[in-house]
Ligand binder design. Sequence first.
Ligand SMILES: N[C@@H](CCC(=O)N[C@@H](CS)C(=O)NCC(=O)O)C(=O)O
Length: 241
Amino acid sequence: MTGSQKSLGKGSPAPGPVPEGNLRLYSMRFCPFAQRARLVLSAKGIKHEVININLKSKPDWFLEKVPSGCVPAVELSNGVVIFESPIVCDFLDEAYPGKKLTPADPIKKAKEKMILEFYNGVTTLLYKIFGAQQEKKDVAELKTELLSKLQKLQQILIKKKTPYFGGESLTMIDYMLYPWFERFVVFGVEDIFSQTPELKKWYNLMLKDPAVKGTFTPPEVLQEFFKLYVQGNINAVDYGL
Ligand SMILES: N[C@@H](CCC(=O)N[C@@H](CS)C(=O)NCC(=O)O)C(=O)O
């Protein structure tokens, strides 16, 4: 099953158990948190199936399996369900063979986790900016705050003198940060790149990664989805299918 299947919504029959040797991802095609999991699944070449969930009309069985009600979540063939994107991604990296995305060194690992913790403030701010724009409010102050946070993030790359946040090669932290950059146009903040050239360079490098290429959604499609989603359109998550 690919990630471009129509979503399952309220009233849809529950999917059967996950076949032995397979893994199921509960996702939503335009969700940046779910994209983190899709990036890791792709980078590690993990065999999986995808079930897209209609987040505007969640099936009861989904809420039973995933108490947070959020995607991404993965279900294993033994019925175990794991959710919250950083936990899902760490689990996939630890439990499956293939390229290790998380550094083995505890200090490097801690540093990546600190970046992620800091970055949560960036994503929160992006949604705040998006919300304020929808209400036609002035976002100048919020954008200044965002610029300051992104400059701090950029400083990490400058200090490290490496192309990626993980170092010379792309690691988990790069995948964890990436999806929101793909959505800068949607959040109306793409102009910030002109003031954060190192982040722009990193973003352009990320665009060359096969997992990024495989999960990339063009900005105009994302924009259309977001427009429908904020209008409360129940079929927004299936936009383009
Ligand atoms: N902290 C969660 C957040 C995931 C999240 O917010 N996903 C959104 C879709 S982009 C969702 O499922 N929203 C459903 C809802 O809020 O009801 C994670 O990192 O996985």
